[in-house]
Design a binder for this molecule. Structure first.
Ligand code: FES
Ligand SMILES: [Fe+2]
Length: 364
């Protein structure tokens, strides 16, 4: 049981075993990831009825094979990609199809997952039944972004709602995935270290001198919501900022970046040029992959401001996450304390995480 004191002024950070213990890692897969909302893909691969696209939910950890489909009515679905006969994988390549057909014994399914036909089952009793359909997961969409969950502990609206409300003025349907600006980073450290580093802005002046010059760090601030939080990066004088409409609650401020983190492993960083999505995927107790996806809205703003040096900032963050992982292995480190004005995001994350690892309800 790892306890995080709710009052940050008294709280200690998690003990080192949170980052190094395999049993805690396995518990996080069941108690956190299998119950969480996850970014699952992009609607651009599903434009037309008949489009199908195989995906995996958290490849390298949960490894759940799924297939996204656009059925003949233009409705999107997120289905199990495992045949209900003997468990073979059904769809292995993206394309256009009238149905989903298992290559093993040719069982067929509609694009909405309903069983259609299975050769050889003429004598089977009570067949087909509902259990012969492909299980379907809830699929949610915001602009081009698709989200799903195996077994959501909270509603989609409770999860993403604060982001959507804050940025309701953004034309998300105009955001386009730019494959040239997508990158995967894999490194030997625990996934939580990457998240908490993102949520701590005390390190910006020390680790990111270039980013620090684009931001007015004295006016940088963090806002906590129930399952997500926002770091509001204000632009330094003369630096690129959003041209906010009057309908924005932030109208009149020089905002360089909205850094949203959503429990447990998603970052949505909005810049004047568009959106950088970071998905933190656990691969093992000390192995993590972070996927960076860029959705461009105003390409002329790509080269300026806080959002123009993402690769450099990522390398700097990755380096400090690795040295933290090394330090946490030491027998001489126990646990630390939070800097109350700067590390409330980390404290928020640690509370949400440990309450689930302890199988408790939220401590806040
Ligand atoms: S496993 Fe799919 S048809 Fe047999
Ligand atoms: Fe950083």
């Amino acid at each position: 049981m790892i306890k995080i004191e709710p009052d940050i002024r008294h709280a200690a950070t998690p003990p080192a075993r949170l980052y190094t213990d395999s049993a805690i890692y396995r518990s996080s897969l069941d108690n956190v990831f299998a119950r969480s909302w996850q970014f699952i893909g992009d609607s651009s691969s599903l434009h037309e009825p008949g489009s199908v696209s195989p995906v995996k939910l958290l490849p390298g950890s949960l490894e759940v094979p799924l297939v996204l489909t656009n059925d003949e009515h233009g409705e999107l679905h997120c289905l199990s990609n495992v045949c209900t006969h003997r468990g073979n994988l059904i769809c292995q390549t993206a394309g256009k199809h009238n149905d989903l057909r298992c290559p093993y014994h040719s069982r067929r399914f509609e694009l909405n997952g309903k069983f259609r036909y299975a050769p050889g089952f003429e004598q089977a009793e009570n067949f087909p039944s509902d259990s012969d359909n492909l299980p379907e997961l809830q699929l949610e969409r915001w602009g081009p972004l698709l989200f799903t969950s195996l077994n959501p502990e909270i509603s989609f609206n409770d999860w993403l709602g604060p982001v959507q409300q804050r940025l309701a003025w953004l034309p998300m349907d105009e955001f386009l995935l730019d494959q040239q600006r997508c990158e995967n980073y894999t490194f030997p450290a625990n996934w939580t270290l990457y998240c908490e580093n993102y949520l701590d802005y005390l390190h910006i002046p020390y680790i990111h001198p270039e980013l620090n010059q684009t931001l007015d760090i004295k006016r940088y601030r963090i806002e906590l919501f129930k399952y997500c939080n926002l770091q509001l990066g204000l632009a330094a004088a003369g630096q690129t900022a959003f041209d906010l409409p009057k309908s924005s609650p932030d109208y009149g401020q020089q905002i360089a970046a909205y850094y949203f983190w959503l429990f447990p492993n998603l970052m949505m960083n909005f810049y004047p040029w568009g959106l950088s999505v970071n998905v933190v995927e656990p691969l093992g107790v000390s192995q993590t992959r972070v996927r960076f996806l860029s959705y461009v809205w105003q390409p002329d703003k790509l080269a300026t401001g806080a959002g123009s040096i993402l690769d450099q900032v990522e390398q700097q963050d990755e380096a400090v996450v690795l040295t933290s992982q090394a330090g946490l292995q030491s027998r001489l480190y126990q646990r630390g304390r939070y800097a109350p004005d700067y590390e409330s995001g980390c404290h928020h994350f640690h509370q949400l995480l440990t309450s689930r690892l302890n199988n408790q309800t939220d401590q806040q």
